[in-house]
Design a protein around this ligand. Structure first.
Ligand SMILES: [Zn+2]
Length: 552
């Protein structure tokens, strides 16, 4: 035992919100917990999604036994199609997450190759000789959310996944204290717990209160009602359906992802909605305004969502009218505040009354606030603690809370993506770092953050580009006057004089340098250098310079 060690390597989700991925490693075996995406930010031009860097896992593929999934949110499963290409290992996931994973893999034609195992809470699975995992129910904003307890040579490791405590959720199980107490009965060596709301005092609140508020707000509305939430917020869907029935309205679900999730969760038995409550968005147009509720995605201000298109007047079936009540049943994920603000402005401009969590209690967080975290720390009393899922300040707040609850300062490990923490019976230290940066996906393209594509895109977004067109004769000499065109660089009115001056400068340089014929690479270098220097001096900008040649 004395020589045993356990390595903990976060590859995503520590120091950021999104793309969660945690690696747990013994000398013989490796398991990976979650494989999520991050949604791109403003400095990632054109990028669809960001996924974790799995180089380290690919290098150690012979020891990677499985990917273990906690729940079906995109920031926990969204990267699987990409990760499985590099790491063809089995995936273990609870029911709802597995149904969503299947859809994802089917869409990419990868379902047949995948080895997928659906887990139930309380089931145990062995991974190699050194690891055994058991999933336990937690309450979160999607059904079938679970945490994972891992028996390791050093003792019990508990990973909470995303969770909160709500003893009476409208859908799904409350966080399972009995199983947690059982799991903790021989002591917990290491706890890794959700830190998303570790800065918020108090409790995340109860679903039942939200259900009551939605019921009231929908009851007060005289015209149409439109509720926006997350596609995976199945409990919210049930609440809105119940309110629809109570107030004599029909429910129209708008948007592909929400319709898909409605089907999945009805198949899994998570929803209790009768067929006659539902109506298609198109058929709902024939109903009087006070007889219909629409529900859609778009609560984060996503520009392609159904709600954004309705607000912009570009949705095929539904527009926003004076007298509509729009309920935003979500809070903005950090980073989305501006987009949500713009969306609300658009909705109000179209004549809607907009209700948000700021005005009425129409949303509870899916993540534990401080009182709930205290409960978990008191129950599990871990020896070591790692705050997970959150930006650095959230992790710090959670580490401090753990120390208040008895974890020794040296055993509260504040890690960020890429750190390699080695734990032994004597303690723990960060012994190394591994690549854990962003990997960008756009269409079929996969790029590293240091690769040329992203660097060039940022440059293009900032200063635009300039193409310098040069005619060359059969011996490679530049002939005639170069021509310059640009995009995103200067105003048309300035361009003519500026480009003429640049050409003048360039001709001078080329005349001096190309008495003899030059290699194209030499011409290219001379053009880039000359034009770049000229434009920097004249405009204080650095456009990308692209020399092209044609034969004359
Ligand atoms: Zn989640």
């Amino acid at each position: 035992m004395a020589n045993e060690s356990l390595k903990i390597l976060p590859l995503g989700g520590l120091g950021e919100v999104g793309k969660n991925m945690m690696v747990l490693e013994t000398d013989e075996d490796i398991v990976v917990i979650d494989a999520g995406v991050l949604f791109p930010e403003d400095d990632m031009p054109g990028i669809d999604i960001v996924v974790p860097n799995v180089e380290y896992l690919v290098e150690n593929l012979d020891r990677v036994r499985a990917i273990l999934i906690t729940h079906g949110h995109e920031d926990h499963i969204g990267a699987l199609p990409y990760v499985l290409e590099a790491l063809p290992v089995p995936v273990y996931a609870p029911g709802m997450a597995m149904a969503l994973i299947r859809n994802k893999l089917r869409e990419r034609g990868r379902l047949r190759d995948a080895d997928l195992i659906t887990v139930e809470s309380g089931q145990r699975f062995k991974f190699g000789n050194t690891l055994e995992a058991e999933w336990f129910d937690v309450c979160h904003s999607i059904p079938d959310a679970m945490g994972i307890a891992l028996r390791t040579p050093l003792g019990m490791v508990v990973h909470t996944g995303d969770f909160r405590l709500d003893n009476d959720p409208t859908i799904g199980e409350p966080t399972d204290f009995a199983s947690l107490a059982e799991i903790a009965s021989d002591g917990v060596f290491l706890l890794m717990a959700d830190s998303t709301y570790a800065e918020n005092e108090g409790y995340s609140g109860s679903d039942r209160e939200v259900a009551q508020t939605l019921h009231d707000v929908i009851g007060e509305a005289e015209g149409r009602v439109l509720v926006a939430s997350f596609a995976s917020q199945i409990a919210r869907l049930q609440m809105v359906a119940d309110a629809a029935v109570a107030h004599g309205r029909r429910l129209a679900i708008v948007g592909r992802s929400m319709i898909n999730n409605l089907k999945i969760s009805r198949d899994l038995g998570h929803l209790n909605i009768r067929d006659e409550t539902l109506i298609s968005a198109r058929d709902a147009l024939g109903l009087p305004d006070h007889r219909v509720i629409y529900m859609s995605t778009g609560a984060q201000g996503e520009p392609q969502s159904a709600l954004a298109r309705m607000a912009a007047g570009t949705h095929n079936d539904v527009d926003i009218r004076i007298g509509d009540t729009v309920i935003i049943s979500a809070t903005p994920i950090p980073g989305n505040e501006t987009a949500v603000g713009n969306l609300i402005n658009d909705l109000v401009e179209q004549g809607a009354r907009v209700i948000t969590h700021n005005t009425r209690n129409v949303h509870v967080h899916g993540h534990a606030a401080r009182e709930e975290l205290r409960t978990i720390h008191n129950l599990l009393q871990p020896q070591h603690f790692i705050p997970i899922h959150g930006e650095y300040r959230m992790l710090r707040a959670h580490a401090d809370l753990a120390i208040e609850h008895g974890v020794h300062e040296d055993d509260a490990h504040l890690l960020v993506d890429g750190d390699v923490l080695r734990l032994t019976e004597d303690g723990g230290e960060v012994i190394d770092t591994v690549p854990a940066g962003h990997v960008f996906i756009h269409g079929h393209g996969v790029w590293d953050e240091h690769g040329n594509v992203i660097v060039e895109r940022r440059l293009l977004a900032r200063d635009g580009f300039v193409v310098v067109i040069l005619g060359r004769d059969s011996r490679g000499r530049v002939v005639g006057r170069p021509k310059i065109v640009s995009s995103g660089f200067v105003h048309y009115a300035e361009a003519e004089v500026l480009f003429e001056d640049a050409v003048e400068e360039l001709v001078g340089v080329l005349d001096r340098e190309s008495g003899e014929s030059l290699q194209w690479s030499e011409v290219e270098a001379a053009v880039k250098k000359t034009v770049s220097r000229f434009f920097t001096q004249r405009t204080r900008r650095r456009p990308m310079i692209i020399p092209v040649s044609f034969d004359v």
